[in-house]
Design a protein around this ligand. Sequence first.
Ligand SMILES: Cc1cc2nc3c(=O)[nH]c(=O)nc-3n(C[C@H](O)[C@H](O)[C@H](O)COP(=O)(O)OP(=O)(O)OC[C@H]3O[C@@H](n4cnc5c(N)ncnc54)[C@H](O)[C@@H]3O)c2cc1C
Length: 423
Amino acid sequence: MHVVVIGGGVVGVTTAWELNRRGHQVTVLERHAIAGNETSKGNAAQRSYGVVYPWADPKMTFKALPWLLKQDGPLKLRVPPSLNAVRFMFSTLRYAWSPGLFGLNKRAMLRLGIHSQERFLKLEEELNLAFDGGHRGLLHLASTPEALEGYRSTQRTLNEMGIASRLLTPDQVYEAEPGMARNGPLSGALSYDTDGTGDCHLFSQELAKACESKGVSFRYKVEAERLTGSGQAVESVVFLDENGQQETLAADAFVVCAGCWSPELVRPLGLELPIYPVKGYSITVPLKNPDKAPFSTIHDDNYKVVSTRLGNRLRATGFVEMADFNRDIPEARIATIRKSVECRYPGCADLDAAETWTGFRPMTPDGPAIIGRGPRNNLYLNTGHGTFGWTLSAGSADVIAQVIDGEEPSVCLDAFRPGRYQE
Ligand SMILES: Cc1cc2nc3c(=O)[nH]c(=O)nc-3n(C[C@H](O)[C@H](O)[C@H](O)COP(=O)(O)OP(=O)(O)OC[C@H]3O[C@@H](n4cnc5c(N)ncnc54)[C@H](O)[C@@H]3O)c2cc1C
């Protein structure tokens, strides 16, 4: 079968890999000149299989307002908010307060996380990709005793799902992460022992090269405009090519992996995808004193900043901002991220040399991504991965390929079904 994948972020590239592995002819259409150059570029670099959770969390609704009011708070809202932002927030609240939904969705995401880890391990065994990746665990610091108490209930769910984790005392944290300074509040941490890290941007490009070597065709600098067809099937995709000329490409099946830009492609076919671009920021900086840097990836709950070691670089990431597709990088946001790094890992890097980045998480209001058959028989969706697209990419690529081949997916996809917003 010839399958067209729209979008060459980490989700599109992993999908192309799985489809090619199953013997399909695959063409990827990507707007940028290289793979993984949008949201997959500067993310927090965590493959946090045990951490995945839906945003629509009843507990989160109580934390949101104080976070909004605090200057260094992690949640930001552009004033006045757009209609889309308001609609998204109300929708999230509605899902957060739907009885039992958070627990169901969290377990569904964790199951996909476990599957994704298995697929990553296989893929890394098979291909020798250079992406500064590893599986050395992840720490969630607790800056207060209450935060540590909250981690105890998280741990109960992890135990139930068979995911390895440990609660650490402050001394055990400093032992696990000897580079961390004894600055800042610390009551302990939750250690996700088998979680991983890796540069998603490098991974996407390396895997795209591996795909090309197996015959996958990548069309870069092209923009998919619309899907055409009659009745219950999509026949072709119309796109603007490298020279701005319109081209039409026919195929047997189509997979939309266009992240935040997916809704426009399927709306004309009658499916409304409520994906909202939730903005975040990162800095990436070469290490000058690696002994003072984190060993793996650390979530500092004090500033809500994640710091991850990527070879001889440090990536630090923060903020959840509702500002639509605004790409500005305000100095105040970067200053907060720097403050967290300076507090926990002073002197590890020359922060003035940091490369700054902003990107948009393709968030759904309930939390799970959108994975499955779309509004036509041969149209499939693997999109809306929000905060966890890097983590879940290998697993979601495998299950969408199973769906396309008419097989029972390895993970139950009920929580991810594309039509759920119209039910
Ligand atoms: C600050 C921040 C930190 C994050 N940290 C983590 C983390 O630590 N771990 C984790 O798992 N996830 C993290 N994420 C989320 C993760 O980065 C995303 O979920 C993931 O990158 C989404 O991948 P994607 O391929 O779906 O989307 P994208 O990477 O955005 O790819 C979509 C691609 O489609 C292309 N495209 C769109 N429309 C068209 C069109 N019409 N024609 C052609 N091409 C098109 C785009 O150019 C783009 O390359 C973070 C995100 C942010 C913003």
